[in-house]
Write a protein that binds this ligand. Structure first.
Ligand SMILES: [Zn+2]
Length: 305
């Protein structure tokens, strides 16, 4: 299951990562918590029609955060009706209603994406990896010693809210100089506009990326600043736990070298010790399916025994 602010998706995923019986519903807007959950229940009911349903052995639930995997609850920023919502217990009840009494695992979307990239994507074969999503916000997750490392409440790897500028601007989280406040799509667009960038229509980070690709100096500076923030955070992570690869996905990463160029250029200034000099930064590979594949991968990695 992949639950986000715009859609609820579900799939049966086999042991090779092939998806069958994929289905989705729009996430109800302005609805109460039970109405939002009804979309999840419909997805489960539709999957249960598959002839493969009876062979399901575990269920991964990826959700927009914040999540609290210790309690099985979620409070997604973009699903206002769910605050401390017991999604894991509710999904388990729904699975049982359709005859599937199977173990479940809840994972935040950054951790799920990390599991997906380690299983089938760009971090495959890397025992220690940082994976991150750079879109309207910045999220992430860690693989350490070939194990997914979600932490006690599922929030480890929350790289968007580590500080890379200790005297920096206040962040919505209450901190200062957070990566997200410098490198998210929202931050890139806001900074470019504040510096006098005049959008030719699209005023989002995608518009800034297009302008940067066309040589606009303010747009280039906006991506340089974002890339530098990401480079500092990636280098700090690698220095702390010896990750040897950073995988970046999400809407902002889709602009390719406009983002990866500055990240790689600045990395040399921050990843300086011998054991992090070979640190690679690469694009994510799984794109739109990362959420569903990631939920399945997280279930496999965390319910392995
Ligand atoms: Zn923050």
């Amino acid at each position: 299951m992949d639950i986000g602010g715009t859609k609820v998706a579900g799939a049966l995923v086999d042991s090779d990562g092939a998806m069958t019986a994929t289905t989705r519903r729009p996430t109800p807007r302005g609805a109460d918590g039970d109405t939002v959950f009804a979309a999840v229940a419909e997805v489960v009911a539709e999957l249960a029609q598959s002839p493969l349903w009876a062979s399901a052995v575990r269920c991964g639930i990826g959700s927009a955060g914040p999540v609290d995997t210790a309690r099985g609850t979620v409070s997604p920023v973009n699903i206002g009706a769910w605050r401390g919502f017991p999604v894991q217990a509710r999904v388990e009840a729904e699975l049982a209603r359709h005859g599937a009494r199977i173990p479940t695992v809840l994972a935040g979307d950054g951790v799920a994406m990390t599991a997906a990239e380690h299983w089938l994507g760009a971090a495959r074969g890397h025992a220690n990896a940082l994976c991150m999503v750079v879109s309207t916000g910045v999220g992430g997750g860690l693989v350490l010693n070939n194990q997914l490392h979600p932490g006690p409440t599922g929030n480890a790897g929350h790289i968007g809210h580590i500080s890379v500028a200790f005297d920096g601007e206040p962040c919505a989280c209450g901190g200062r100089g957070c990566v997200e406040s410098l490198a998210s799509g929202t931050a890139i667009a806001a900074w470019a506009l504040a510096q006098g960038w005049v959008p030719a229509g699209d005023a989002t980070a995608a518009g800034v990326a297009a302008a940067a690709a066309a040589g606009d100096p303010v747009a280039l500076a906006a991506f340089d600043r974002a890339g530098r923030a990401l480079a500092a955070a990636i280098a700090a992570t690698a220095t702390l736990v010896e990750t040897d690869i950073a995988v970046i996905g999400g809407g902002v990463a889709a602009c390719g070298d406009t983002l990866f160029g500055p990240v790689r250029a600045h990395l040399a200034s921050y990843a300086t010790l011998s054991f992090v000099k070979d640190l690679q930064v690469v694009p994510a590979m799984l794109g739109t399916h990362a959420g569903l594949i990631g939920a399945a991968a997280a279930a496999t990695m965390l319910l392995r025994s």
